[in-house]
Design a binder for this molecule. Structure first.
Ligand code: NDP
Length: 463
């Protein structure tokens, strides 16, 4: 069994955490979940490394878990009925020790300050793991693009950018996409930024390729997730993905491209999900149809079974209590790629029972705390999001380089850099875990390696 600290008492930051909890609101639960996982992981570092022991006095942990600033603003826009709609916009600029703030924008009704603080905090360590010069941030709005007309999405995006543009810039803060923000939204946001600043510059990544977007950026996160898994299975002496049944959740950017790369590697992804239900197609999912339904028509997955009657559609209401149908389908490797806390202890139990060998987190923090412990303890190779889904931000950073040098790399060039980056992250995480006495624990390895990189930079700069 892999050793893992179970409480925070080993590390002298309890008072700091309690203080932070008092200062923050109930929305921050998910932020504390992410923070606690990291703090438990870094205990071995504080125990073994004299530099970190000495720098505890430097309040390095407190400085890292407190965002530099949280920007909150009102977004008003006209809907198609000429009625005024009001949403809230946010940008959490968390840490820029390693480079300009960098992280996606999420448009989803569940968005609040706590969710963005959790995502921004994870982003700091994720960006640090890439080895690239990028800090951590996250932003978004409680606006829901689903069910809105193109015109309404455009109106919202332009209103949102009218506020956000004051706080971002290619050397200050470079947002990108996330849930609900794809190429369409980034295109609208970018054109408003240009109007407000009269400047054509690389202020957003994930742009459509004809105005500065990097080739392979849409594919990067999903492809990177699969590259990471391949490397992890190799390092752990497991069988390759070829010919293996895989389960994937989500049917958005990350899930679709994870499915694509799995198919290219000869694996058989048999599932996908959206917020309403799960598709289980035992022969392997029909990716062109999925893309048509989700990227072009933007409709529910239920439509899939209209043309593939042999596939199963399982609506959310039929899920087992506290669990998700997708994680009860036997598989060799599982890929949660939808949203946070979508894989619970009930799901972890099912995955373990069904002999799953590896779980790779494509979404940010998709596994609950209990599920993480259960999977690690059972010997499942668990690839944490901050390492496994870092391919998206890595290619975003390549997009920044291309924009700064007014150049354009080919798809193959970007993809081969992505592959090298994912392999390197995986090797670093694995080696770090080994070095700190938690061999095979990629969660702790990623947390320690990311924390080390960013905190070393913070210790070297003035307060
Ligand atoms: P998309 O908006 O493209 O897709 C999200 C998918 O997840 C949709 O199928 C959506 O279903 C489903 N989903 C969203 N919320 C829920 C929910 N509460 N319950 C069930 N299903 C849900 O997002 P992405 O694919 O870009 O992002 C997915 C995850 O990956 C997020 O955690 C994101 O932070 C993370 N990520 C994304 C990166 C990127 O480059 N895009 C980079 C790194 C991480 P429906 O269509 O019904 O809404």
């Amino acid at each position: 069994m892999i050793k893992r600290a179970k409480s925070l008492k080993d590390i002298d930051i309890k008072a700091e955490i309690a203080k932070l909890k008092n200062e923050n609101c109930a929305e921050d639960d998910v932020f504390f979940q992410a923070m606690e996982e990291v703090l438990l992981s870094i205990i071995p570092l504080f125990k073994s490394d004299k530099v970190f022991q000495a720098n505890e006095k430097n309040a390095i942990v407190r400085r890292l878990i407190t965002p530099d600033r949280v920007i909150k603003f009102k977004v008003t826009w006209f809907d198609d009925n000429q009625e005024i709609q009001v949403n809230t916009g946010y940008r959490v600029q968390f840490n820029n020790a390693l480079g300009p703030y960098k992280g996606g924008l999420r448009f989803h009704p569940s968005v609040n300050e706590g969710i963005l603080k959790f995502l921004g905090f994870e982003q700091i360590l994720k960006n640090a793991l890439t080895g690239l010069p990028i800090g951590g941030a996250k932003g978004g709005s409680d606006f829901d693009p689903r069910g809105k007309s193109d015109f309404e999405v455009m109106k919202f995006c332009t209103a949102f950018m009218k506020e956000l543009y004051k706080h971002i810039g290619p050397r200050i803060d470079v947002p990108a996409g996330d849930i609900g923000v794809g190429g369409r939204e980034i295109g609208y946001l970018f054109s408003e930024y240009k109007k407000m600043t009269s400047s054509f510059e690389g202020v957003l990544t994930g742009k459509p390729s004809f105005f500065g977007g990097s080739l392979a950026r849409p594919e990067a996160t999903g492809y990177g997730v699969v590259y990471f898994t391949r490397k992890m299975l190799e390092l752990e002496g497991k069988e390759t993905l070829e010919g293996k049944i895989c389960t994937v959740s989500g049917a958005g950017n990350v899930a679709l491209h994870a499915i694509e790369k799995l198919q290219q590697f000869g694996a058989i992804p048999v599932t996908c999900t959206d917020s309403k239900g799960t598709i289980y197609d035992a022969r392997g999912v029909d990716l062109p149809l999925l893309k048509e339904l989700k990227l072009v028509q933007r409709v529910s997955l239920e439509e899939y079974v209209k043309t593939h009657t042999e596939a199963q559609y399982i609506p959310v209401s039929k899920y087992p209590k506290g669990g998700h149908a997708v994680w009860d389908i036997p598989c060799y490797a599982a890929f949660p790629c939808a949203t946070q806390n979508e894989l619970t202890d009930v799901d972890a139990k099912n995955l373990i029972k069904n002999g799953c060998v590896s779980v790779t987190e494509g979404a940010n923090m998709p596994s609950t705390k209990e599920a993480v412990h259960m999977m690690i303890d059972s010997g499942i190779c668990l690839a944490p999001a901050k390492a496994a889904n870092a391919g998206g931000v890595a290619v975003s950073s390549f997009e920044m380089s291309q924009n700064a040098s007014m150049s354009k790399w080919t798809f193959d060039e970007v993809e081969s850099r992505l592959e090298a980056t994912m392999n390197e992250i995986c090797e670093t995480v694995s080696a770090t875990a080994k070095e700190h006495g938690v061999e095979g624990n990629y969660v702790d390895g990623a947390n320690i390696a990311g924390f080390k990189r960013v905190s070393e930079a913070m210790m070297a700069e003035a307060i």
